[in-house]
Design a binder for this molecule. Structure first.
Ligand SMILES: C[S@@+](CC[C@H](N)C(=O)[O-])C[C@H]1O[C@@H](n2cnc3c(N)ncnc32)[C@H](O)[C@@H]1O
Length: 253
């Protein structure tokens, strides 16, 4: 695919650099290249190209969301974890399943829009099923009410997974099951977060689910945008939400 020159340069940086570890400013440049308005195809290509460097780059960013979300989910499922079936939405390279497996979870299905990200997740031998799906663009074709818990980490933000996918995610969860979601609270994501909060509240009003826990974390990950950096903090904040799906709610009723 032919890229526009500015984006092309940024993408070239992603694919050509396979150094053991990039500097924080190099990682920022990579991430910011995906924050420009790009087509869905370019977005998929961005993640495909980033896949091999993803884990070392998020290490540089001190990205803690997979661990924080996994700890949070585990805290409300104290027993019987080895029998729970978890759907990891926007699973990427599988960091969330790796964290959940530390807590004794064993059964994972994953969904992601990037085949290359999922290839690395596959190599972790933690997922029994992995499915390619560009959420928001195509329906998530999985059976309703199949999962004990559904988790989406690091993907509910501007330019990634739209808020409209949240009811779909809830639909895949068993009645009484847990849904774990994360988003960032930095300035450039505040509009998205406000919309997400509205969707979450509306679903609670409709009786689809009830809020179980909200964990706000100041040191979510290192700042990537110049705008956030000018606000003076080295880190941006983020939030983990836990919901329990109503046991009475009937899908398609
Ligand atoms: C920042 S990574 C997070 C991956 C993983 N959950 C983690 O925390 O390490 C975002 C992931 O979301 C996927 N993604 C972004 N937008 C998507 C969409 N609309 N549909 C499906 N996957 C998407 C990307 O391919 C990428 O793997």
């Amino acid at each position: 695919m032919q890229m526009t020159s500015e984006l092309g340069d940024a993408f070239a940086t992603v694919s050509e650099m396979s150094t053991p570890s990039r500097s924080l400013s190099e990682v920022r440049k990579v991430i910011l290249s995906a924050h420009t308005p790009i087509s869905v195809e370019e977005k998929v290509q961005f993640y495909d190209n980033w896949a091999l460097d993803y884990e070392q780059d998020v290490d540089v960013l001190e990205y803690r969301a997979p661990r924080l979300a996994a700890d949070c989910l585990a805290s409300v499922i104290p027993t019987d974890r080895a029998s729970q079936l978890i759907l990891d939405v926007a699973c990427g390279t599988g960091l969330v399943a790796a964290e959940l497996s530390r807590h004794g979870f064993r059964f994972f299905h994953g969904v992601d829009g990037s085949e290359q990200m999922m290839e690395l997740a596959r190599q972790k031998n933690l997922y029994q099923e992995l499915k390619k799906c560009m959420l928001g663009q195509e329906p998530l074709l999985l059976p309703a009410e199949q999962y004990d818990a559904v988790i989406i980490v690091g993907a509910l933000s501007e330019g990634q997974v739209p808020c409209s996918v949240v009811p779909e995610i809830c639909c895949m969860t068993k009645p009484g099951g847990i849904i774990c979601l994360t988003t960032r609270c930095n300035a450039s994501n505040l509009q998205y977060k406000a919309h997400l909060d509205e969707v979450l509240r509306e679903m609670e009003h409709k009786g689809l689910w009830e809020q179980v826990k909200v964990l706000e974390v100041a040191d979510w990950e290192k700042t990537t945008s110049e705008h956030d950096a000018t606000l003076g903090s080295e880190f941006i904040s983020g939030v983990v939400y836990l919901y329990r799906k109503s046991s009475e709610y009937q899908e398609h009723s």
